[in-house]
Design a protein around this ligand. Structure first.
Ligand code: ATP
Ligand code: MG
Length: 432
């Protein structure tokens, strides 16, 4: 028996004329007369197998004729060049062993999005989902590498919390023994506690937000990459962000070409993503929008259309900095010479994609934070531990949160954010 190789290696390592074996699942199959054309899929690609009656045991030929799409098989044969086959190669089968005869697969062409979501556990086998998950894995790997190489320490903040970080309206509440608890919306407050010993930290955790509006950018559960560092002000925070995002883009352009191209992303688009990214003040952004005909009042938050407009200002991400304090959370530092704005920034990805990162320098003035929390009707009791961080060796510090799925959506050119996670959680969906 020949040891199976991966399908990608049938194109990259093996040579025409070699006897090889591959294993995987039937991607499509058709038979005519004494020939069965079966395309096999494994995690690395697809390969056509031509099964000719008389050239392999009769029993194997019958199996090949009978096996439906998604049957799992092991095929042995001779690798050949054939221009008509996908990728220009195929194998002619000498053995065709069906490991499991699949029932009729419910997914075929032209089915509704709803149907595919109901059958997500099976739709995961599609080439689109496979390529997207590989791109996502590469983005995570790039980010982890960048943090490691730049002296940041990975930490593990809690998911069960008593505090609201991003405001009460999107909290998932749960019963925590005899008390109320919440699923974390952000690890930020905990990462802030960790900088006093580790200085430069990051974490990757799921964050939960009960987003009731259905948009192509919001999930109820997403993977949140967060960073926090001591001795860093707004400008340093932006430099960290643009370096990280540029590193991810260069890494993907280099290591995920095939998947990106399959998803419709030209890898060269990512090569231009290098520091510096433009910094545009919120106030300037308002002027830009007005010049373009938007009726927009200073003090309002950008809606989808405004964000799309701003995210088309460059072919790289742009920062919008110093938003009105009124529309931002209590922990963002008030701009020293302007009490109306905070030292924050959103990073907007190009091509109309919009926000992928939100970050800020953190407030160090306890009274200012208390005032803002009270305006949001928060229970100050729950924040005493957080105020302690400003009482014992407080330092300027900054951090940010990046939505992994937002980045996958941008880089992988996905229309909807739900297609960047295997099992999306939205207001309408908790299963499969
Ligand atoms: P938005 O205005 O788009 O709702 P936000 O201001 O609520 O975003 P932050 O609280 O700053 O976002 O969170 C940091 C990052 O987490 C965002 O820049 C985004 O990339 C990601 N993010 C936030 N909410 C979601 C969500 N519901 N689904 C997926 N990613 C999200
Ligand atoms: Mg939000």
């Amino acid at each position: 028996m020949v040891e199976p190789i991966r399908i990608a290696d049938a194109f990259k390592k093996a040579q025409p004329g070699d006897s090889i074996s591959v294993r995987g699942w039937i991607y499509r199959t058709r038979s005519s007369g004494g020939i069965v054309f079966t395309v096999l899929r494994d995690s690395t690609g697809i390969l056509q197998c031509t099964v000719i009656k008389g050239e392999l045991p009769e029993e194997d030929f019958k199996s090949a004729e009978k096996a439906l799409v998604e049957s799992s098989v092991i095929v042995e044969g001779v690798l050949r060049e054939d221009k008509r086959a996908p990728g220009g190669r195929e194998i002619t089968a000498k053995k065709f062993n069906v490991v499991h005869f699949a029932e009729r697969f419910p997914i075929f062409k032209d089915q509704t999005e709803e149907f595919l979501l109901d059958n997500r556990h099976l739709w995961l086998r599609s080439r689109e989902m496979t390529a997207t998950m590989k791109v996502k894995a590469m983005i995570l790997r790039a980010a982890r590498e960048w943090f490691f190489e730049n002296g940041f320490i990975e930490t593990t903040p809690p998911i069960l919390t008593e505090n609201a970080c991003e405001g009460g309206s999107t909290l998932f509440e749960l019963k925590y023994f005899e008390k109320k608890g919440y699923l974390s919306q952000s690890a930020q407050l905990y990462l802030e506690a960790l900088i006093f010993s580790l200085e430069k930290v990051w974490s990757l955790t799921p964050s939960f937000r009960a987003e009731k509006s259905r948009t192509p950018r919001h999930l109820a559960e997403f993977w949140h990459l967060e960073e926090e560092a001591a001795w860093v002000t707004l400008s340093g925070n932006l430099e960290i962000q643009e370096q990280l995002v540029s590193y991810i883009c260069q890494y993907l352009a280099k290591n995920s070409r095939e998947e990106l191209e399959f998803l419709g992303r030209n890898p060269d688009d990512l090569k231009v993503i290098e520091p510096p990214f433009q910094r545009i003040s919120y106030t300037k952004a308002v002027d830009i929008l007005r010049d373009k005909g938007y009726e927009f009042r200073w003090g309002d938050d950008f809606g989808t259309n405004e964000e799309r407009e701003l995210s088309m200002l460059d072919n790289k991400p742009v920062f919008i900095i110093r938003y009105p304090a009124e529309i931002k959370p209590f922990y963002m530092k008030i701009t020293p010479d302007n009490p109306k704005t905070v030292e924050n920034a959103d990073m907007l990805a190009p091509e109309g994609v919009g926000e992928i990162i939100g970050g800020s320098e953190r407030e160090t003035n306890i009274e200012s934070m208390k005032e803002r929390l009270l305006r949001e009707n928060a229970n100050l009791e729950n924040y005493q531990w957080y105020f302690d961080l400003r009482k014992f060796g407080s330092v300027p510090h900054s951090g940010f949160g990046l939505g992994i799925e937002r980045v996958v959506r941008w880089i992988g050119k996905r229309e909807h954010i739900r297609d960047t996670v295997p099992f999306p959680r939205t207001v309408a969906r908790l299963s499969p």
